[in-house]
Design a protein around this ligand. Structure first.
Ligand SMILES: [Fe+2]
Length: 303
């Protein structure tokens, strides 16, 4: 089984879906979970869907795959368990609420879940490169290069919560060590957006400098992986251990970028810092947590 995983880079391993004759074999899933959770690897699975698979079939396959690993969480206030990452055309007077519904560059960030799975159905006419960086790698470079900033990263930063049940803002660190594991949560635009909230603590100049140092390290070319997902590619990674982003893209009339996205909770997930509660609702290991939900619904997977 392990021989089927091929190392592309220290942080990413690749395998071919067609090499697994028995997809229902839970040994395969167990190995995927082991690599993601305990070996800090991201996995790129080629040929997960075939050229002739319809959109509906692709989404269904992704969901079935996810259900072997854990349980999907909602990705929007519309209770989407399979998100469509694509450029959505909005009326001119309506602003794009979520970055994944635009064609813009998305800077390195974490999502709001334990595991992210991205299935490419169609790539863009141009651009739309996926970017992935190991948080352990970033942390060790910061430790050598900017140790004074790393101490600041490990203390609280204000964040815009976008009207969660916990209020408008909360404070949490970018890097935390919990049970000897590094846990990362970084979305710079939420940190910056918090400054528009009246009663939120102001960022200090040292905090802003620390954010700049982090971005500088994130942009060191040698440390991150840039690649274009091809139709049929499925990328799966631990959201607490990798930061991800993408470059801007352009669609053509005949070629529109479309990724199907799954956010998962699973039994083997790590303990999160207590300060993550406003984002994840539950920080205990293995709990159903995270996601973006409509107000006043019971948080559970339904389809
Ligand atoms: Fe994301």
């Amino acid at each position: 089984m392990e021989g089927l995983f091929q190392e592309i880079d220290k942080d990413i391993i690749r395998c071919n879906w067609l090499d697994f004759p028995d997809k229902e074999n839970y040994l395969f899933v167990k190995n995927i979970v082991k690599e993601i959770r305990f070996n800090n690897k991201a996995i790129l699975i080629n040929k997960f869907i075939g050229k002739n698979d319809t959109k509906r079939k692709a989404a269904k396959k992704l969901l079935e795959f996810g259900l072997m690993i854990g349980k999907p969480v909602s990705q929007s206030r519309n209770l989407d368990f399979i998100g469509k990452v694509e450029e959505k055309k909005y009326p001119q007077n309506q602003k794009v609420e979520r970055g994944y519904k635009s064609n813009c560059e998305l800077k390195f960030h974490n999502d709001r879940c334990d595991i992210v799975a991205l299935l490419c159905y169609q790539k863009a006419s141009s651009g739309g490169e996926t970017k992935l960086v190991s948080c352990n790698k970033v942390f060790s470079i910061l430790k050598k290069k900017y140790p004074e900033s790393l101490n600041i990263h490990m203390s609280n930063f204000p964040q815009d919560l976008r009207d969660s049940a916990f209020g408008k803002w909360a404070e949490m660190p970018i890097f935390s060590i919990v049970n000897n594991e590094l846990i990362t949560r970084y979305v710079r635009r939420f940190i910056e957006a918090s400054q528009l909230i009246e009663d939120c603590p102001r960022l200090t100049s040292l905090q802003v400098k620390a954010l700049d140092h982090l971005d500088e390290v994130l942009n060191i070319k040698d440390i991150h992986n840039n690649f274009t997902l091809k139709p049929g590619d499925l990328l799966i990674f631990n959201n607490h251990k990798f930061l991800h982003g993408r470059t801007e893209f352009t669609d053509s009339i005949t070629q529109k970028r479309l990724l199907y996205r799954l956010w998962l909770s699973y039994d083997q997930s790590e303990q999160l810092p207590k300060s993550f509660k406003p984002v994840f609702m539950n920080t205990s290991s293995g709990k159903y947590r995270g996601g973006v939900w409509p107000n006043n619904v019971k948080r559970r997977f339904i389809i």
